[in-house]
Design a protein around this ligand. Sequence first.
Ligand code: FES
Length: 103
Amino acid sequence: MAKFVKVARVEDIAPGEKRIFEVDGTLVVVINLDGQFYAIEDVCTHDGGPLGEGRLEGAQIICPRHGARFDVRTGDALTLPAFEPVPTFEVKVEGGDVLVESW
Ligand code: FES
């Protein structure tokens, strides 16, 4: 059974925005994509870049270090130089709280 940790209120992350949280020692980027929340690890699989500091373009986040794109819904690497997917975390909304799966 996955454990979930509250990180924010729904209104804390507007649609089209993201925020970085520490969840049990892991940095996680939580993205609000048109009202649906997604979470990925804040570490690029190419060379450890801080993905949470990257730009969002629709469902894609662009690594600020060398420009690899990832799909925030699946974690898939969409462009080089990254080819490994970034880990994703399940997100739940309960009573206006945003909860992220903890490893
Ligand atoms: S560290 Fe992200 S593209 Fe290189």
